[in-house]
Write a protein that binds this ligand. Structure first.
Ligand SMILES: [Zn+2]
Length: 206
């Protein structure tokens, strides 16, 4: 069997169609030189794709989004923001399914879900994902009890100044920040306004 490079959870029928859609996207992307920013108005790659994509390809994208896991969203690669543009409802449904099915004991699932929600949906997630506050609360608990580096970082980035309600979370982050520039940046960027001592990290971040 040929190794599947992306969308490994799709059945054979849909996987074949997904390949064809990805090939169409790549064909435009690779057809000429451009700066690399899909949405650059001068190069116009996103515009060309949006003008040329067929209704049946849009339908296939909708079927893919109705079926894949949140982990597989990144299989769209550079095209992921464009997929969000083409089918916003379908795109958000991936997050809504993940939120419903999340295993509240699985740190990696919770961390990935929270990270993706923040980075892809920005602040809009509150409107789309009903149980987001429950998942964030569970993530915060797990970050405190396990001191998992990645989860500590993720929940502080989401909580922003609210993070100071959890002193154990902040003290864990500060321990990491002693020797870690990434965590220094996280604390400086989220808390410097209300916790002046975090400004000490500014000089260390270069
Ligand atoms: Zn450009």
């Amino acid at each position: 069997m040929v190794a599947r490079l992306f969308f490994s959870s799709l059945d054979n029928r849909l996987h074949g169609k997904a390949n064809a859609v990805m090939e169409f996207l790549m064909s435009i992307h690779n057809s000429r030189k451009h700066c690399g920013d899909l949405f650059c108005g001068k190069c116009g790659i996103a515009r060309e794709i949006l003008e040329n994509i067929s209704d049946s390809d849009k339908q296939i994208i909708h079927e893919i989004l109705s079926s894949i896991s949140i982990y597989e969203l990144t299989d769209f690669g550079v095209f992921e923001p464009l997929i969000h543009r083409i089918d916003a409802k379908g795109y958000i449904s991936v997050f809504q399914r993940a939120a419903k099915e999340i295993n509240s004991g699985n740190i990696r699932d919770i961390d990935f879900f929270l990270h993706m929600t923040r980075s892809r949906l920005r602040k809009k997630f509150e409107n789309f994902i009903e149980n987001f506050p429950d998942i964030l609360r569970r993530g915060t608990e797990l970050a405190i009890t396990t001191k998992d580096y990645s989860l500590v970082e993720t929940v502080i980035l989401i909580l922003e100044e609210e993070a100071q309600k959890y002193p154990e979370l902040i003290s864990t982050a500060r321990e990491y920040a002693q020797n870690d520039q990434q965590m220094q940046r996280v604390l400086y960027n989220t808390l410097r306004r209300i916790r002046p001592e975090m400004r000490n990290f500014a000089g260390k971040t270069n």
